[in-house]
Write a protein that binds this ligand. Sequence first.
Ligand code: MRU
Length: 354
Amino acid sequence: MSFYTLKLRSDDVVEMIDQRKLPLETIYVELKNYKEVYNAIKDMIVRGAPAIGVSAAFGLYLGAKALSEAAEIRDYESFKRDFFKICDFMFSARPTAVNLGWAVNRIKKIVESGSEDVAGIRSIVKRIRSEALKIYDEDIEINKNMGHYGAGLLKDGYRVLTHCNAGALATAGYGTALGVIRAAVEENKKISVISDETRPFLQGARLTVWELMQDNIPVTLIADNSAGLLMKKGKVDAVIVGADRIASNGDVANKIGTYQVAVLAKENNIPFYVAAPLSTIDLNIDSGDAIPIEERDPDEVVCVFGKRIAPVNALALNYAFDITPNKYISAIITENGVLYPSYKKYIAEAFGKR
Ligand code: MRU
């Protein structure tokens, strides 16, 4: 791959590609403390549920390291108390993607289980570093497994519509929805992609199209409002998207606009697949109604690349995600296999519960 989404360098600097600037500029930013990582998540320098989770883990490591070096930390309890404050702060960066909280809790557990003296704090910090790197490596591995299972659903010659960017840029690498497409292409299937532009942040136009072009995977950009016509004309064989959070009944939160694509797919008898790691499933949430939906600055809607396209003082709404009810979802592709309805039953089984 000719680019990377993010990495933790050996000198403990987090480096990430600035996704606000793509595709016109390929710039990598350097983040040296947890506040900079928090801002990168909030301002969407990095975005996509799994990539946010990995970034948070790296950010927490930077926070833990700085705390361990601070003179005022005199005992493990004060380290723990201050570190948990950093965890809460990181958790608040974006509300919808469950992977953020999942990664924060995974790192938190290391500190929770410790009972070291001051000297022992350094070894805890080392363990946090290893855990954050493990989350990164696992994410790529998980995406490849997901790709393997999902590729079986895509036939040679399929034209696959996707919404937003659920690719390498949204993960540590390889991607979820685009990972499935990559895997099918690696199996020598001729797959072409139709990418929704994905207003207002334009993840489809700017990121998905750029990412697929880097890999020479054929991709055609459409305006968000074209999907229905293309489906009706028989030009779409399958839809595949990622997810930010999946409730235990299989309702899916994903980028705003996903819901209408799913309804259109059902109306036109086109399979609608969701590719997501098990860490995106929130067993604490019974249905999509309980998933928090992020509302962002209306300026993202009234302006494009900083240029106003609506009248001054125009009111605008900017919900960043919507909920697709489980009845529209043909299958959920995970790293452990493909789940079909009834999702409540099969999701519980996937987590070893009945
Ligand atoms: O606001 P974003 O760009 O973070 O939203 C991203 C999405 O909605 C993705 O589809 C989702 O996170 C899955 S990424 C593998």
